[in-house]
Write a protein that binds this ligand. Structure first.
Ligand code: BGC
Length: 372
C-alpha cells in the first residue's frame, strides 16, 4: 500500500463517519428522521440514481455491477434508476441532469474522467443531492463517499502474479511490456503504482528488462490490440505482459496468438471475467484479479439506501484525494489473485457459473482445474 495515496488505518476503520464530517455536503432528503427501520423501509422517500461508465472497457459493469446494485435496491424497496453512459461524457452529464430533475436524492457515479465527474458531482451537491463515487475516485470531486477495492493492492497482485508466472517458466531476463489502463482513470494510476512497485525492483536488480510501457485511452480493447501489435513489432522479444485488466490482456493475447506466442508469454489481467478465466484455463493468461463485485455493490448500495432514508450511514475508513488533499469517507475491499488452480474459487463464490465458463473446449480444462 502506497502511503499518501491511500490511508485506511485500523483506527479509521473503527471510526464512525457521518455526513456531518463532509462539510456542507448535506444530504437532507425528505425521509422523516426518527422513523423505525420497518417504517422507513416501507416508505422511503429518497431515490437513487446510478451512472455506469460504459459496457466495453470491461464486462463487469453490465454483467455484475448493474445486477448486484439492482438486487440490493429492490430488496430494500428503494426507488432507483441505473443507466450507462456508454463512454460518452456528454451523455454522462445529460443522464445526471435527468436523474436530478426526476427527483434523485442520491447520485452514485463511476466517472469517465475526474473533470467531467466533478462537474456532475458539483451540480448534484448544489441541488442537495448526496453523492457517492463508485469504484473510481473523482479527484477533487468532493463526493460524500467512495466505495472501491484497495486498487494499489490490485496492482501489487498483478505485479506479483506476473513474477510468479515468469518464475514458473524459468524466464531469463524477460523483457516486460506494460499495457496500462486509461490515463483519465484514477484507478489506472493506482494499479500502475502497485505493479510498478513490484516490477521496478526487478528492473533495478537487472532480473527483468523494462520494455514498452503505454496507457490505453478509455481502456479501449481495440486500441489495446493496435498498441500491443506495435509494441511486439518493435520489440519481438517481449516475454511478459502486464495488462491492467482482462480486456487489455485479451487484446494482447489475440496478437500473441497471431505470432504463435500465446501460452509462452505470460499475460496478467483483472476482473475475473468469463473471457479472462477462460484464457487462464487455456493457459494463455497467467492470472487475473478477482474483485468480489457483489461486496462492492452491497457496500455502495447500503450507503445509498441509508442516504435515501435520510440517515447518516457510516464508512469504514478514509481515502486521500491526492488532488484536493481531502480525506474522503470510504469503504475499500480486498482483491484476490486468481491462477489456474484458483479459478474454482471464483465459481464457488457465485461470481461466474460453471455453465458459462466450462463451455465446449473448456470443459476438460474445468475438470482439470477442479471446477465442480
Ligand atoms: C475498474 C476495473 C475495470 C476498468 C475498466 C477500472 O476503474 O476498477 O475493474 O476493468 O475500470 O472498466
Amino acid at each position: 500500500m502506497r502511503k499518501g495515496i491511500l490511508s485506511l488505518t485500523a483506527a479509521a476503520a473503527a471510526m464512525t463517519l457521518g455526513l456531518a464530517a463532509c462539510g456542507s455536503d448535506d444530504a437532507d432528503t425528505s425521509a422523516s428522521s426518527g422513523a423505525s427501520p420497518a417504517e422507513s423501509s416501507a416508505a422511503v422517500a429518497g431515490k437513487v440514481g446510478v451512472i455506469l461508465p460504459d459496457s466495453k472497457s470491461s464486462a463487469r459493469w453490465e454483467t455484475a455491477d448493474r445486477k448486484y446494485l439492482e438486487e440490493a435496491f429492490k430488496a430494500a424497496g428503494v426507488a432507483y434508476d441505473i443507466q450507462n453512459a456508454q463512454g460518452d461524457k456528454t451523455q454522462f452529464q445529460t443522464i445526471a441532469d435527468q436523474m436530478i430533475t426526476n427527483g434523485a436524492t442520491v447520485l452514485m457515479i463511476v466517472n469517465l474522467d475526474s473533470g467531467t465527474g466533478k462537474a456532475v458531482l458539483d451540480k448534484a451537491k448544489a441541488q442537495g443531492v448526496a453523492t457517492i463515487d463508485y469504484d473510481r475516485l473523482t479527484l477533487n470531486g468532493g463526493a460524500s463517499y467512495y466505495v472501491s477495492f484497495d486498487n494499489t493492492k490490485v496492482g501489487t497482485l498483478q505485479g506479483e502474479g506476473l513474477v510468479k508466472c515468469l518464475t514458473d517458466k524459468k524466464a531469463d531476463k524477460p523483457i516486460i511490456a506494460e499495457l496500462n489502463g486509461s490515463p483519465t482513470d484514477n484507478n489506472a494510476t493506482l494499479f500502475k503504482n502497485g505493479y510498478d512497485g513490484v516490477l521496478k525492483a526487478k528492473y533495478d536488480s537487472g532480473d527483468y528488462v523494462k520494455g514498452p510501457d503505454q496507457s490505453v485511452p478509455d481502456w479501449d480493447n481495440a486500441q489495446a490490440g493496435t498498441i500491443f501489435e506495435q509494441m511486439l513489432t518493435e520489440q519481438p522479444k517481449i516475454a511478459g505482459v502486464l495488462a491492467a485488466n482482462d480486456g487489455l490482456g485479451n487484446a494482447a493475447i489475440s496478437v500473441l496468438k497471431k505470432n504463435s506466442l500465446n501460452g509462452k508469454v505470460p499475460v496478467t489481467g483483472q476482473d475475473a471475467t468469463v473471457q479472462g478465466l477462460q484464457n487462464i484455463l487455456a493457459g494463455d493468461q497467467c492470472m487475473t484479479v478477482y474483485k468480489a463485485i457483489k461486496k462492492e455493490a452491497d457496500a455502495a448500495s447500503a450507503l445509498a439506501i441509508g442516504l435515501a432514508k435520510g440517515e447518516k450511514p457510516a464508512a469504514t475508513g478514509t481515502v486521500k484525494d491526492t488532488e484536493s488533499g481531502a480525506d474522503v469517507p470510504a469503504v475499500l475491499l480486498d482483491p484476490q489473485p486468481i491462477f489456474f488452480d484458483s479459478v474454482k474459487d471464483v465459481v464457488a463464490d457465485g461470481f461466474v457459473t460453471k455453465d458459462e465458463l466450462c463451455t465446449g473446449e473448456f470443459a476438460d480444462k474445468c475438470t482439470e482445474a477442479g471446477i465442480q
